[in-house]
Design a protein around this ligand. Sequence first.
Ligand SMILES: [Zn+2]
Length: 93
Amino acid sequence: MSTNEQREFIPERDHGYGNSPKAFGEPVVVSDGPPQGCPNCGCKKVFQISVAVEAPPQLRVPEGFEAFCVYVGCPACPWASPAINSSRPKTTE
Ligand SMILES: [Zn+2]
């Protein structure tokens, strides 16, 4: 489906995949990322980030839980690692 032409300009992060689940809510920095830094731009500081996502079809989300993913992201360029999807109890705000 995607062509090289579409890949030349990256309008948003894809969490390491071409069709990642749609993220919503506020991305939260969980911790520092690996010390190797960013493999794309060489930025030395990357972060492990958690964000709520729409549940991907392969993930069963129990009642009262929400899907989220964790990935490593670079603050200086669009690079992001593949995301690990999981679910957690919904927080009520
Ligand atoms: Zn980078």
